[in-house]
Design a protein around this ligand. Structure first.
Ligand code: NAD
Ligand code: MLT
Length: 308
């Protein structure tokens, strides 16, 4: 079996793959180069950097598995892969805790203006008044998407004394009640929350689910976090709302186009940004690398995959 790894993958995963396959790690390929290179490989391992388009899939001559070392498979043309009988697998769960912790780090940074205050001290300023923040204690947190990451964020923020509202059409009242969370409508979340965080996949239903009309329902003091996928919140509408002081701020880890060159979100001081770091911890990277390696090896032995 020959495996092409086209995005950085933890060494542990590569070593595990090498127990069963010949592995080539070739990162930073252009789309054209990937179309050329994919020939002759049985499996392709990616993170979010590689776009596996229909062109790549159609150029493949013996590809059987596309393995995403992470959760979101929105960078894979799953329909094209399925039509060609190629299995798409991912690594759900391996980066859940890291993504939840990053979301919370972003929420607290936003509440206390930490990145802006850090930059200010480095510039030689001492401006304690300008960077006065807010507590999260006793505030309402609206969580859209109560899956793996949304649930871990909820559990942790309950310990901070937040009131949690959650919207997820696929979660039952009883599951929410087990977590001590109240299910709410989207409108209730928009109107009542002091912090809103999104944890859904990017789908036709969730694309631009927070846009100008939704932002209009929100409190002027709301702070919004997106550590899920660029495009769930309309970037231009979010940047404009912050610029016009209609909301208090935002924290964004993911973008419609990465890197986000020319993105209006980067122009606002009250929008804090990170370069898609949600899963970037030593632990999560080992977890997802081992998970995809195991899936590829299992499939090569004719066992059932956990498909995305
Ligand atoms: P998950 O599948 O466990 O949870 C997603 C939840 O969204 C599910 O409960 C689902 O029912 C819900 N959902 C689907 N459509 C919805 C809708 N229209 N409205 C409300 N809820 C809806 O996934 P997860 O592991 O929790 O990941 C959540 C998101 O975070 C994904 O987009 C994933 O790609 C992203 N992610 C980002 C990073 C990062 O580095 N920033 C890391 C890991 C995951
Ligand atoms: C994911 O969907 O798992 C994230 O985008 C994390 C990543 O692989 O960067």
């Amino acid at each position: 079996m020959r495996v092409l790894v086209s995005d950085p993958l933890a060494e542990e995963g590569i070593r595990r793959l090498e127990t069963a396959a010949e592995v080539d790690v070739i990162t930073n390929l252009s789309p054209e180069e990937l179309v050329e290179r994919i020939k002759g490989y049985d499996a392709l391992v990616i993170r979010s950097g590689t776009k596996v388009t229909a062109d790549v899939i159609n150029a493949a001559d013996r590809l059987k598995v596309i393995a995403r070392a992470g959760v979101g498979v929105d960078n894979v043309d799953v329909d094209a892969a399925t039509k060609k009988g190629i299995i798409v697998v991912n690594a759900p769960g391996g980066n859940t805790i890291s993504a939840a912790e990053h979301t919370i780090a972003m929420m607290l940074s936003l509440a206390r203006n930490i990145p802006q205050a850090h930059a200010s001290v480095r510039r030689g300023e001492w401006n304690r008044k300008k960077y006065t923040g807010v507590e999260v204690f006793n505030k309402t947190l609206g969580i859209i998407g109560l899956g793996r990451i949304g649930t871990e964020v909820a559990k942790r923020m309950k310990a901070f004394g937040m009131r949690i509202l959650a919207y997820d059409p696929f979660i039952t009242e009883s599951k929410a009640a087990e977590l001590g969370i109240k299910l709410a409508s989207l409108e209730e979340i928009y109107r009542e929350s002091d912090f809103i965080t999104v944890h859904t996949p990017l789908t036709p239903e969730t694309r631009n689910m927070i846009d100008e009309p939704q932002i209009k329902m929100m409190k002027p003091t709301v702070r919004i976090i997106n550590c899920a996928r660029g495009g769930i919140i309309n970037e231009a509408a979010l940047a404009k709302a912050v610029a016009e002081n209609r909301i208090a701020g935002a924290a964004v880890d993911v973008y419609t186009k990465e890197p986000p060159v020319g993105n209006p979100l980067l122009e606002q001081e009250r929008i804090i940004t990170t370069p898609h770091l949600g899963a970037s911890t030593a632990e999560a990277q080992i977890n997802v690398a081992l998970a995809v390696a195991d899936q590829i090896i299992a499939i090569s032995r004719g066992q059932l995959p956990t498909t995305a």
